[in-house]
Write a protein that binds this ligand. Structure first.
Ligand code: AMP
Length: 530
């Protein structure tokens, strides 16, 4: 197990520490454990980290500690490849800096520049922006980087792919030489290494060490869900499975509280376990769970550490863990002592790369399953109803209910009567509800029905052949090659059709992956209207 540290060991100020506690973080993630002390000590850092590892707080926390909120000028610049990431990072920084009154602003293209100019004029401490828009402001002199003490290049390899490398250099040249520079990148292609040699001073390179781990032999599956329908997905899984005792893992304390509330509102009995509970409360929750009086325990990794509970039938990763090791520790809580167990993970599309890392470490695939349908839920309910009815008949205490049926039996068939009674008691809607089909970026790619056409920026000039594409996609996304549809290779790009159910997975595992040694950019094809 990797050495765990607490935020308390990182010598943070009370204001930053409290902000992090409010966010529900209990313990630093591995990249944070390594990066924060180095950055506090003044080092430049290269972090090989994906989204989902906690990299934003890894640089956000030390920046927040070190900048001076009293002076309203730009002291840190974070450059990100996309507008979405810029907003996400700025929001996270605002949360970390809330008690220090640090102002963070996202600036990106595609929206009015005037509002951004006004916001910059009012004074901000941290600017998070996409390269084009940052340059635009620099040219207009609405953004000055003379006082910058931190420059962060986030998802540097993605920026390289998008052709931003020169823009980044121009931006860096506008900053003072005396500063800390941080570079985060999932991969380290030569151009990124060159950039690092040029602009970082003796950078410390961070990688998370991997211990040898024994992977428990239990069934592992994952469901792909969208952020907004995760809870519904979880409920369907709970309703259609034979859950005896389940531990559900969330990333943060707040996540635990929200999920417990969400489950309770939907009629499930669940208890939460996290670091804010007193020992007495904790004992009470554990006792209930051990005795089976509550079936569902929702916990953070920290709170669940050291728990030794028998008969856990399901471990559910409601949030995917931040590092592959935690995955193994989490799922090791089921299938104890030769009993069967099941590990279920919920994955939102942008977490596919994290999932892939976990699979690489396990050296096996985690099976993707479609979310249970209402028929599946009904199937499980049937078993439950049959068990309960049989038990009730056996107990023999039917009292007045019997006389109701006897009275009605003259006018109705017994089967009909019994079915009506069940409907009243359980009110099952069966498959009447239908999930709505939402318009997505895959809705109209010009592919055959049921398929999605993806665009890739490799082609004949890269000597790419259909069999290379089929092999790589099948391997990386873990889908059978025969499911891959029409492939059209042009000189510089290619269209590949894949089944709709696999499209997200292919997109997220192939984007920025390599085919024939070339890194590819993948996106849904767009049908141009004439
Ligand atoms: P990032 O890799 O920065 O995109 O972070 C992924 C998610 O993890 C974000 O929702 C963060 O708020 C969350 N997060 C970051 N650090 C921690 C931590 N130490 N404990 C729990 N959650 C965290």
């Amino acid at each position: 197990m990797h050495e765990t540290k607490k935020f308390g060991d990182l010598e943070l100020s009370k204001k930053v520490f409290n902000a992090i506690s409010d966010m529900g973080f209990e313990e630093p993630s591995p990249i944070q454990t390594q990066a924060i002390p180095l950055l506090m000590a003044g080092d430049d850092v290269i972090g090989q980290a994906q989204t989902g590892t906690g990299k934003t707080a890894a640089f956000g926390i030390p920046i927040m500690e070190k900048l001076n909120p009293k002076v309203r000028n730009v002291q840190a610049i974070v450059v990100t490849p996309t507008r979405e990431l810029a907003i996400q990072v700025a929001e996270e920084l605002t949360k970390i800096g809330k008690y220090r009154d640090v102002r963070s602003l996202a600036i990106y293209g595609g929206t009015s520049i005037d509002r951004q100019i006004l916001a910059l004029k009012r004074g901000v401490h941290i600017v998070v922006g996409t390269p084009g828009r940052v340059l635009d402001h620099l040219r207009r002199k609405t953004l000055k980087l003379d006082n910058v003490r931190f420059a962060v290049l986030d998802e540097a390899d993605e920026m390289l792919d998008m052709g931003f490398i020169e823009d980044i250099e121009t931006i860096l040249k506008e900053t003072p030489t005396e500063k800390q520079t941080l570079l985060f990148s999932a991969t380290m292609p030569e151009e990124i290494q060159r950039l690092a040699r040029r602009y970082l001073r003796n950078p410390k390179i961070l990688s998370v060490s991997r211990d040898e781990l024994t992977v428990p032999q239990i069934e592992q599956v994952f469901y792909e869900v969208k952020e907004h329908n995760k809870l519904d997905g979880l409920c369907r899984v709970l309703d259609s499975s034979n859950v005896k005792l389940a531990i559900i893992f969330c990333r943060t304390k707040r996540g635990v509280d929200e999920l417990v509330a969400g489950l309770e509102a939907r009629g499930y009995e669940a208890e939460g376990l996290h670091g804010d509970l007193t020992q007495a409360q904790r004992n009470k929750v554990m006792k209930k769970f051990r005795e089976g009086r509550v079936e569902i325990l929702v916990a953070t990794d920290v709170a669940a550490r050291g728990l030794d509970i028998e008969n856990v039938s399901h471990v559910i990763n409601y949030d995917i863990p931040q590092d592959p090791e935690s995955y193994v520790h989490r799922i090791g809580r089921t299938g104890r002592a030769g009993k069967s167990g099941m590990a279920i993970s919920f994955i939102i599309p942008r977490e596919y790369r994290q999932l892939r890392l976990i699979e690489k470490m396990l050296n096996s695939r985690i099976k993707r399953c479609p979310l249970p349908t209402f028929e599946d839920v009904f199937e499980r309910q049937r078993e439950v109803i049959i068990e309960r009815l049989a038990a009730t008949i056996q107990s023999g205490k039917l009292g007045n209910y019997r006389s109701i049926i006897e009275e009605m039996a003259n006018d109705y068939e017994t089967v009909e009567l019994a079915a009506a009674a069940l409907k009243v008691a359980f009110d099952i809607q069966g498959s009447e509800e239908k999930s709505e089909e939402v318009e997505t970026e895959f809705s109209n790619t010009g592919a055959e029905p049921g398929m999605v056409r993806l665009f890739m920026n490799v082609g004949r000039v890269d000597e790419v052949k259909p069999q290379d594409l089929v092999r790589t996609i099948a391997e990386e996304a873990g889908i059978p090659g025969k499911l891959i549809g029409a492939i059209k290779i042009y000189d510089k790009f290619t269209f590949v059709e894949v089944p709709r159910e696999a499209a997200e997975k292919v997109l997220y595992t192939m984007h920025r992956n390599t085919i024939k040694g070339k890194r590819v950019h993948v996106e849904p094809a767009k049908v141009r209207s004439r």
